[in-house]
Design a protein around this ligand. Structure first.
Ligand code: TYM
Length: 347
């Protein structure tokens, strides 16, 4: 999102960006290109931006408490190192603003079982053992809708894997507005843009790059050092052909397409521009070039993350301040929701 997104179906609501990331393990290149880099662009475009470390979402699967605390702080450092300025954006962790959980409950009563049953991410995460999955994992998308709608956010930058959840957010807002005869919640716009809305595994170009993949070789972590990044990219799976001359030639070549998409997103170019630069090259030439670019872009981020991690008290202070600012926006929206629903509020 290099330019400010234009408000469309959000109607009378002022433009406001909200997005979140789970503190469950480290950040990957997918999180950076699909989310963090674009979060910073929205902030720099002068839009009101609210970014949340969604710790309540993380505990839908088991989290070791000490590791969760560390991952939350590390993610806060990842946001800041990627260009999120806590003075210009609101940056906080979800559990410090109770409106998320409260509105999430209201939405549990708006969303239908059938809607949640269709969520592919639940099926992927619960696998064959859905009976053993937490109830929280099942109604996870209701809490996600609450995250967004508690701020009357209008635009939500995410990677492609979150599209279905955002459609559910729209359905919840529409049903709430319809059931109570109000125009209270905006119908949010997913912002899924750029060359890297779906960064794929380095070992299998048909699978999403993910922090939960058992193979560390499949992903680049934001905390990887320069050597590791270069090695992983050099070993990335490819086919035997050189790069095609044009973008169309990438069509049935998922691994080649993935590496070109990564190059395009890291260098702020379109895929066509990249093909004009590197089309026809052998992977033996292209991969070191990509590795140099990745190291140049990612090393400063990982160095800054390590530096910021030295001062956990300062990170906690930033998150606390962000939470107070977030609460000031979300609390009145929650109160109004309770009013609409018919709750007596006498204190
Ligand atoms: P999470 O924590 O899995 O991922 C955070 C963000 O990174 C994007 N992403 C990717 N983008 C491109 N390629 C990839 N390989 C890749 N992997 C991850 C995700 O699309 C996401 O934008 N449910 C959300 C968190 C959430 C949220 C919200 C997001 C909770 N509440 C409200 C937006 C608004 C999630 O699990 O993201």
């Amino acid at each position: 999102m290099t330019q400010a997104p234009t408000p469309t179906t959000a109607g009378p609501f002022p433009q406001r960006v909200f997005s979140g990331i789970q503190p469950s393990g480290g950040l990957t290149l997918g999180n950076y290109l699909g989310a963090l880099k674009r979060f910073a662009q929205a902030q720099d475009a002068g839009i009101e931006t609210i970014y949340c470390i969604v710790d309540l979402h993380a505990i839908t699967v088991w989290q070791d408490p000490e590791k969760l605390r560390r991952a939350t702080r590390e993610l806060a450092c990842g946001f800041i190192a990627s260009g999120i300025d806590p003075a210009r954006s609101i940056l906080f962790n979800q559990s410090q603003v109770s409106a998320h959980a409260e509105l999430g409950w209201v939405f549990n009563c708006v969303a239908r079982m059938g809607w949640l049953n269709r969520m592919t991410q639940f099926k992927d995460k619960a696998g064959k053992h859905a009976e053993n999955a937490s109830v929280g994992l099942f109604c996870y998308p209701d809490l996600m809708a609450a995250d967004i709608l508690a701020y009357h956010a209008t635009h939500v930058p995410v990677g492609d894997d979150q599209k279905q959840h955002l459609e559910l957010t729209r359905d919840i807002a529409l049903k709430f507005n319809h059931d109570f005869g109000v125009e209270f919640f905006p119908i949010v716009e997913p912002v899924i843009e750029g060359a890297a809305t779906r960064v794929m595994s380095l070992r299998d170009g048909t699978k999403k790059m993910s922090k939960s993949d058992p193979s560390d070789q499949s992903r680049i972590n934001l905390t990887d050092d320069a050597d590791t990044i270069a090695k992983k990219l050099r070993k990335a799976k490819t086919d035997p052909e050189p790069l095609p001359e044009t973008a169309e030639g990438l069509k049935d070549r998922p691994e080649a397409r993935n590496l070109v998409n990564i190059y395009a997103a890291l260098s702020d170019q379109t895929v066509d521009q990249v093909m004009a630069e590197v089309g026809g090259q052998q992977f033996g030439t292209f991969k070191p070039r990509l590795a140099d670019l990745a190291v140049a872009k990612l090393s400063p981020i990982s160095a800054e993350m390590s530096r910021l991690m030295q001062d956990p008290a300062e990170i906690d202070r930033i998150l606390g301040q962000g939470a107070a600012r977030a609460d000031a926006i979300a609390r009145p929206i929650l109160q109004k929701t309770y009013d609409i629903v018919g709750m007596i509020r006498s204190r």
